[in-house]
Design a protein around this ligand. Sequence first.
Ligand SMILES: [Zn+2]
Ligand SMILES: [Zn+2]
Length: 61
Amino acid sequence: MCEICRTSPCDNRCPNAEPRKCFCSNCNLLITDDDEPYVDGQGNEFCSLVCALEYHNIEKE
Ligand SMILES: [Zn+2]
Ligand SMILES: [Zn+2]
């Protein structure tokens, strides 16, 4: 159990909490703060809008 927030796993606001790790549903790369993550209506997360469009087979003009 965490000594700071007294919960396990840590509360989101706890400084000991592990950063949320998300992987792009299209290219499987780790989404970092440098990216502009995109979430589609089905809860899939992508590293970029381009990946979201690729995943859904939408041609970008
Ligand atoms: Zn904690
Ligand atoms: Zn991607």
